[in-house]
Design a protein around this ligand. Structure first.
Ligand SMILES: NC(=O)c1ccc[n+]([C@@H]2O[C@H](COP(=O)([O-])OP(=O)(O)OC[C@H]3O[C@@H](n4cnc5c(N)ncnc54)[C@H](O)[C@@H]3O)[C@@H](O)[C@H]2O)c1
Length: 232
């Protein structure tokens, strides 16, 4: 399928690592020009998505460098203290997860929207953790639930600019390896997808080929979240 992304101008947050990096590379491979925003030193546009002033300046600089803005991919995110029960989690750690995953995505949407035309597309990274959880993931799950809700609300407020989110299960990235360990990823008894596979999901939503898809959370979890508890 020709995704018709050639010549599009795209901005990717969290583009220095993992899913964001894969999205940036995939967009470039499809002929888009990509500006990468990340807090990592050495990123093309260094910014912290939780710092409104810094993010606004980085977005303005990126849009000027791109010469416009058609596609935005919000990948910047943190997992927080995965594995720690809520009763043992300091308020500062909870606030940090919500700051990056919720405030950061809202500020991104706020600052990119004025630059986007009617066929613009914003794709946010949610997670299957918005819908399913295991003990030790309450702040992260709450933050990703907020991404799903903001996606729906933004799609209403920003129309005709489209806003969708992708909600993958475990993806082999530095984040997942730091949280779960290399062995858990490499010898997993559950399906693990690659960052490149998530990038294809993102690119479809970024593309005009999905122009009727708006305000949706695409759950990419191999069907786990739709399975009945009935032991059939
Ligand atoms: N890896 C998984 O299993 C998985 C599954 C579902 C969803 N996700 C989501 O996908 C997104 C990307 O995760 P990943 O696995 O590629 O992680 P990653 O750690 O490999 O990459 C995240 C990137 O975001 C950047 N970043 C973090 N906080 C930032 C901030 N405040 N400002 C600017 N940049 C910041 C980091 O520097 C890094 O480059 C996240 O939103 C994550 O929650 C990941």
């Amino acid at each position: 399928m020709d995704l018709a992304l050639t010549g599009k101008k795209a901005l990717v947050t969290g583009g220095a690592s993992g899913i964001g990096l894969a999205c940036a590379r995939a967009l470039e491979a499809e002929g888009a020009t990509v500006a990468v925003l990340d807090r990592a030193p050495g990123a093309q546009f260094v910014t912290d998505v939780t710092d409104a002033r810094s993010l606004a300046a980085a977005v303005d600089s990126a849009v000027e460098w791109l010469g416009g803005l058609d596609v935005v991919v919000g990948c910047a995110g943190i997992s927080g203290p995965v594995g720690d029960l809520l009763v043992d989690t300091p308020a500062s750690d909870i606030a940090a997860v919500l700051a990056v995953n919720v405030l950061g995505q809202l500020l991104l949407a706020k600052h990119v929207y004025p630059h986007m035309g009617a066929d613009g597309s914003i794709v946010l990274l949610g997670s299957d953790s918005a819908f399913v959880s295991v003990p030790g993931m309450v702040p992260y799950s709450a933050s990703k639930g907020a991404v799903v809700s903001m996606t729906r609300a933004l799609a209403v407020e920003f129309a005709p600019v489209r806003v969708n989110c992708v909600c993958p299960s475990v993806v082999d990235t530095p984040m997942a390896r730091a949280d779960l360990g290399d062995q858990a990823i490499e010898e997993a008894e559950f399906p693990v997808q690659s960052a490149g596979e998530v990038a294809w999901q993102v690119l479809y939503l970024a593309s005009e080929r999905s122009r009727a898809v708006n305000g949706q959370a695409v759950v990419a979890d191999f069907g786990y979240s739709v399975r009945s508890g009935f032991p059939a």
